[in-house]
Design a protein around this ligand. Structure first.
Ligand code: SF4
Ligand code: SF4
Length: 87
């Protein structure tokens, strides 16, 4: 079965660098930047083409700055998924 393709858009200038989205991503798609945003924080970036659009990152983000797309369509964050669990 083909893997579900997802994508995220992160408002990097509003990121506080808490790292929660990176920790909670079951696909290890995200990582923290090496540089700082204008507020002086490192920020989350989508670095690997492994996102399935599971919405975990959007659910845990305290700043609510992550928008998730699954198969090209915007999706609402609905339920948390543990690492290793498939979507
Ligand atoms: S939607 Fe899911 S797979 Fe994609 S970056 Fe966020 S946590 Fe990772
Ligand atoms: S959870 Fe939100 S605030 Fe925290 S690093 Fe990720 S995008 Fe930034």
């Amino acid at each position: 079965m083909a893997k579900i393709r997802g994508h995220v858009i992160i408002k990097t200038e509003e990121c506080k660098g808490c790292d929660l989205c990176v920790i909670e991503c079951p696909q290890d798609s995200l990582e923290m930047s090496k540089s700082l945003n204008q507020k002086g924080y490192t920020f989350s970036i989508l670095s690997y083409d492994t996102c399935t659009g599971c919405t975990n990152c959007a659910l845990v983000c305290p700043e609510a700055i992550i928008t998730v797309y699954r198969e090209g369509k915007k999706v609402k964050a609905t339920r948390p998924i543990s690492k290793g669990q498939s979507v």
